[in-house]
Design a binder for this molecule. Structure first.
Ligand code: SF4
Ligand code: SF4
Length: 165
């Protein structure tokens, strides 16, 4: 499925998802990287050692969710835009997603935006809570968007000026 559509299958996602127990503890990275390519900034940028050093540059990330604090540094450093941080403990009804964003203009804090699934379809509205764009992120901003909790595992993009729902 991934090769034909670019959208990972449920089995692909199951392989990379942290456990329910870890998700319930708060912010954690979800590394949706499925294709072996010569690339390792996720591992070299993680300050917690949660992504183990690659033995071969073509390795897939070897991630230990127990060591991850959800800082999202890897989100900004992944050239494949394949890493997201999900905080399902953000509030009773909402989750916080930290996602990479490389378009201009950047969204404004407080704005309501359309949030999209992996297939690019709008599934809900989300509220921009924070935009991180320091020089060390090299123009890949990390946008924090609050979404209805039921969509926490589906939201992977956002669209400025998307339709009301
Ligand atoms: S979110 Fe932070 S701690 Fe977790 S894997 Fe990414 S860089 Fe490491
Ligand atoms: S940096 Fe991103 S694309 Fe590269 S191996 Fe890590 S997760 Fe995959």
């Amino acid at each position: 499925m991934l090769k034909q559509t670019g959208v990972p299958s449920a089995d692909d996602l199951k392989r990379v998802s942290p456990s329910e127990e870890r998700l319930a503890l708060g912010p954690v990275a979800i590394i949706e990287c499925f294709q072996k390519i010569p690339c390792n900034p996720c591992a070299t940028s993680c300050p917690q050692g949660a992504i183990k050093p690659f033995v071969d540059i073509n390795d897939l990330p070897d991630f230990d969710p127990a060591l991850c604090n959800g800082c999202a540094i890897c989100v900004a450093n992944c050239p494949g835009l394949a890493i997201f941080v999900v905080d399902e403990r953000y509030s009773e009804d909402t989750a916080l997603i930290k996602l990479p964003y490389e378009f201009a203009p950047l969204p404004e804090v407080g704005a309501m935006v359309g949030v999209l699934n992996r297939g690019g379809q709008q599934i809900a509205l989300g509220k921009i809570v924070r935009v991180q764009n320091p020089p060390r992120f090299d123009r890949t901003a990390v946008v924090h968007v609050e979404v209805p909790k039921c969509w926490a595992r589906e939201v992977r993009f956002l669209a400025l000026g998307a339709n009301k729902r």
